[in-house]
Ligand binder design. Structure first.
Ligand code: GCW
Length: 675
């Protein structure tokens, strides 16, 4: 096969487990229309993990134990389904005559697929099946992956090989497509954007029949697993493809062109999800070019898609990427709010504004974007970056679940206490039902899909949190480890330790205190303290000999004023601002005293040394697992951890030296800093 199945490798279970579960998996009763994917998956699991042949029937059985699957309306008995949403499933162990039956049911094909993976997962985690009583609904409507894949097979910010969708301008549809759909369905993903948001010349043609015909084949595979496909489009397509001299959203010809185009797409893909649009952002065309607003631009597309239940996902990543570093007034952090807050209430129902988690750009730590909670009448989608552009590019171990959890749990105070980001994207706070969570995919065609084997945990966690943002992170980590590496206590202990500490460790040896950036321009790997200091991207720290940071308070750029109370006051005051964000909001002298009593500069040095020590620790913990984990995987990860350690030292030394040379303040502990 040439690739692993990540958390869906159905290893043979222990003898005891086989005894405990196999009877259930000998017979499957199917009532009505049951997707073949469900049967296939159950059979595969029964065979590979339990060593039994699952036999299928279309009636109730006399067996002591069996599984019964059917859509809710094909079941002859009444299960209270009032709480059940279209994608939600029920797993319930019932007594039917003398039989004990696991009933899997739901309202849609997709619900049965989700329930199948849940049942298999429970067995693999060693859970009880005798008294199942599960009703699970996804909390979030749109659970999306954004692929930044290009037609030539390259992946923008991809660190796991080439695209699994495109190669040399062709669309790939093969066994791996289906396996990818299986992986995604098993974690509840229901939408995939196939191509990069930067839609360049070649990709414009994805909207033409020659490509649509092939994309249809991809969509046919995904559909069977409950996943809708979406495309990123270039706002100026009517000019490039339609020969119009304008793409003005209020020009009738432009709308007509899109309307026709959309109809054509739906001829091929009847459940097409819609468009993702990066407009007026980093040189991509948009409505501003024609003097129109983002709402006018998005709504025009939305109206073409509405008759087919298609959606427009419109990115809020809009800022001036031509800033002069000498300009102290413009603050990039303010841009998304400034562009979109005034448009609140103007977007159509089938438009979703997709907002990056922070106001800048996927740094290792940023405050949560103030746009969440500022928009009250707009569907909002949280954008996370699973691919590790600024977080170690899948060479470094950097588990992101802990960070994402903090973001989802951030209280915006939009409607008083409890207005968490997760409650906004799930529609509870403002009743905007078409919310969602999107993650930029970290997948490529490498053998393990994600480059770093442990980066599979990021993909897994993303799906699990998108399905249920209330899920506990320790639980998700544990699940992933058991499903991936089995139940060995030592593996569980060491790998969860490594994962749960890794993001903080990365933050420590790179850019703590919310500083961010300080990376090499272009590829964004490795330290370069002034790499972005004199460029046009608006990402400055303005370190001089006595102070560092941008004053984003009410006395500075005013960014803090975009937050609701009490955050605006909390962030505004250096005494209450969370210290891990203190240099995001404040410009401080190096001798500023932190709560610990340490000076900022001393804490900076300490964190950098600590971060590297933690990586040494990770490497030791991993080495203890030799022999307990598949050898090839063990070697691959060890290789990356060794690189991480080298590169973490590079970060430590470059950053510490930078600060020492700026300030002349020595490390109190006398450790080696290069003068
Ligand atoms: O962070 C930047 C990345 C770009 C990316 C852009 C975006 C797809 O460096 O590669 O472009 O964000 O999110 O649009």
């Amino acid at each position: 096969m040439g690739y692993s199945m990540c958390w869906l490798e159905y290893e043979k279970l222990s003898k005891k487990e086989v005894e405990r579960y196999s009877e259930w998996f000998e017979s499957l009763a199917m009532l009505g229309d049951v997707p073949k994917e469900v049967v296939e998956e159950l059979k595969k699991f029964a065979r590979e993990s339990l060593g039994v042949q699952l036999r299928t029937f279309t009636r109730f059985l006399k067996k002591k134990r069996y599984i019964l699957v059917g859509l809710l309306n094909s079941l002859p008995f009444d299960l209270d389904a009032s709480e059940q949403k279209p994608e939600g499933f029920v797993l319930k162990t019932l007594k039917v005559g003398n039989s004990s039956v696991i009933v899997l049911t739901g309202k849609t094909r997709a619900s049965l697929v989700y329930g199948t993976y849940e049942l298999i997962k429970r067995v693999r985690l060693g859970e009880d099946l005798e008294s199942l009583d599960v009703l699970e609904n996804p909390k979030v409507r749109f659970r999306m992956l954004n692929h930044w894949d290009n037609l030539d097979g390259s992946v923008e910010r991809g660190y796991a090989g080439n695209s699994i969708f495109f190669k040399e301008n062709e669309v790939i549809v093969n066994e791996r497509t289906k396996d990818y759909a299986r992986l995604l369905a098993s974690i509840g993903i229901n939408g995939v954007v196939l191509n990069n948001v930067n839609v360049k010349k070649k990709e414009l043609h994805l909207l033409e029949p020659a490509y649509l015909e092939k994309l249809k084949k991809l969509a046919d595979v995904f559909r069977r697993y409950g996943i809708r496909v979406f495309l990123s489009v270039n706002f100026a397509s009517p000019m490039h493809l339609g020969g119009l001299e304008t793409a003005d959203p209020l020009d009738k010809r432009v709308f007509e062109w899109w309307k026709k185009k959309v109809e054509e797409i739906y001829d091929y893909i009847p459940d097409f999800g819609g468009f993702l649009v990066k407009a007026d952002s980093e040189f991509n065309p948009g409505p501003h070019m024609f003097g129109r607003t983002h709402a006018e631009g998005a709504n025009m597309l939305a109206r073409a898609l509405a008759p087919f239940e298609g959606y427009v996902i419109w990115r809020a990543f809009v800022y001036n990427c031509m800033q002069d570093w000498r300009d102290y007034k413009t603050d990039r952090a303010k841009a998304a709010y400034e562009n979109f807050k005034p448009l609140d209430g103007q977007f159509d129902e089938n438009v979703i504004v997709q907002i990056k988690y922070g106001p800048m750009d996927f740094q290792v730590r940023e405050p949560v974007s103030p746009l969440f909670g500022a928009l009250e009448r707009t569907n909002q989608m949280l954008e996370l970056q699973i691919t590790q552009e600024y977080t170690g590019q899948q060479i470094h171990l950097c588990y992101l679940g802990t960070l994402w959890k903090e973001i989802l749990d951030f209280d915006t105070f939009a409607k008083g206490r409890g207005s968490f980001v997760k409650r906004i994207v799930d529609g509870t706070i403002f009743g905007m039902e078409n919310g969602g969570i999107a993650g930029v995919s970290n997948v490529g065609d490498s053998e393990n899909w994600t480059g770093h084997d442990l980066a599979q945990a990021n993909l897994y966690t993303f799906g699990r949190l998108a399905w249920n943002p209330d899920e506990e992170i320790e639980k998700v980590v544990k699940e992933w480890i058991v499903l991936t590496f089995g139940k060995k206590e030592k593996v569980l202990e060491n790998v969860s330790y490594m994962l749960l500490k890794s993001h903080r460790a990365y933050e420590k040896y790179t850019t703590p205190f919310g500083l961010g950036w300080m990376v090499n321009p272009g590829h964004h790997y490795g330290p370069n303290p002034e790499g972005y200091e004199y460029s046009r991207w608006g990402t400055y720290h303005r370190a001089n000999w006595e102070a560092i940071g941008v004053d984003r308070t009410s006395r500075g750029t005013g960014f803090t004023l975009q937050y609701r109370s009490p955050w605006r006051e909390i962030f505004d005051d250096v005494n209450t601002c969370p210290e891990d964000l203190i240099l995001f909001f404040h410009r401080l002298p190096y001798t500023f005293k932190l709560k610990s009593g340490k000076t900022l500069i001393q804490a900076m040095y300490d964190l950098h040394f600590e971060g590297v020590e933690e990586v040494e620790d990770f490497l030791r913990k991993w080495e203890e697992l030799e022999g307990l984990i598949d050898q090839r995987v063990h070697e691959r990860v060890r290789e990356r951890l060794r690189m991480q350690l080298e590169h973490a030292k590079e970060w430590r030394d470059v950053i510490n030296t930078y600060f020492f040379r700026r300030t002349g303040i020595p490390d109190e502990k006398g450790r080696r800093i290069y003068p």
